[in-house]
Design a protein around this ligand. Structure first.
Ligand code: DP6
Length: 320
């Protein structure tokens, strides 16, 4: 049995940072994101009763390091008593783009694994399973503007607005190639245990989510820009105050922030967000996307610029 699914990365506007249950990978806070278009991960899961171990191939090359996390996902979705699987992943964007490739990968893997095993699961069930592999992956099961609510014992993921309801452009300024210094899972635990700002971060998240939800409902760009930049800078403040400090930015990240400020001052509808890496993501109105692209492209230290729009939900390509 084999199935293929496609999922797109997402970018959080109100950030997820911290876990309340490490074993189940339950987040400490809810989050709101936008799903991208154009950039995607295609994942094929082939269950093979003749195999004697799982295999993972990423963009044509064997990827042993990621295999345990992939096998654990297969166990969760299909059950531990299962056939071994050959998993093939193809992404059309560079992992170094800092676009949370784990989000699109684990969303697509969860969907493909369920289909290959003949399990018919709802989008909500798939997103809960994906979240156990990577919190942000839960959001990539849905398209457009997506909220992950942190319920008492489980998460609830839903779409706040579809991708066509409020079209926006996303411009990613890549300032550094190569993997991040500290992975999100480890870094979140460092922040939870050591950052003096962590409690405050948790205490204000629900208020930030309310403001962002309201801004999306009202299509209020200025309000969304303000709360998204605030959430991003607050998350990085939690990181900076952790011990050891988690500083993901480089000088070019700051130059890009200045570029966005200059664009805002000249009247462009644009704001920035930055995840656990040095790349800056600018969210802007489609009308301003050319000037935002050109300004970031010519910012000192920027090595590449990717353009995207809002995209749809994860989907099955083959189900046999
Ligand atoms: C900064 O989803 O990668 O991008 O659940 O440990 O896999 P794990 O973490 P992950 O964290 C994403 C953190 C972030 C903010 C966000 O996407 O909300």
């Amino acid at each position: 049995m084999q199935a293929t699914a496609i999922a797109q990365p997402n970018i959080a506007l109100v950030k997820y940072w911290g876990k309340r249950d490490l074993a189940r990978n339950l987040p400490a806070v809810g989050s709101i994101s936008v799903t991208l278009s154009g950039l995607q991960t295609e994942m094929t899961v082939r269950l093979n009763d003749a195999g004697h171990r799982d295999r993972l191939i990423v963009n044509g090359a064997s990827a042993e390091k990621m295999l345990p996390r992939v096998s654990a996902t297969l166990d969760r979705v299909i059950g531990e008593k299962r056939e071994f699987a050959v998993v093939e992943s193809r992404s059309n964007f560079p992992i170094a783009a800092g676009l949370a490739s784990s989000a699109s990968a684990f969303a697509a893997l969860t969907m493909a694994a369920a289909a290959a095993a003949g399990r018919s699961l709802s989008q909500q069930e798939l997103s809960r399973l994906a979240a156990e592999s990577s919190g942000s992956a839960a959001r990539s099961l849905y398209g457009g503007f997506v909220e992950l609510r942190n319920g008492a014992d489980e998460i609830h993921v839903s779409q706040l607005a579809a991708e066509n309801d409020w079209p926006l452009s996303i411009i990613v300024a890549v300032t550094e190639a190569g993997p991040k210094a500290v992975g999100s899972t480890e870094a979140m635990e460092i922040s939870r245990k050591t950052s003096p700002f962590y409690g405050n971060w948790l205490a204000h998240q629900d208020g930030d989510l309310d403001i962002a939800r309201g801004a999306i409902e009202a299509r209020d760009f200025a309000a969304l820009a303000s709360i998204a930049e605030h959430s991003c800078l607050k998350m990085h403040s939690v990181m900076w105050a952790s011990r050891p400090p988690l500083v993901y930015w480089n000088p070019a990240t700051l130059s890009c922030m200045q570029t966005v400020r200059d664009l805002q001052n000249s009247g462009a509808d644009v704001f920035f967000t930055i995840d656990a890496g040095p790349q800056l993501k600018a969210i802007c109105s489609p009308d301003d996307s050319d000037i935002v692209h050109d300004a970031l492209r010519s910012t000192s230290g920027v090595i590449d610029v990717l353009r995207s729009a809002l995209g749809g939900a994860a989907r099955l390509v083959v189900d046999e």
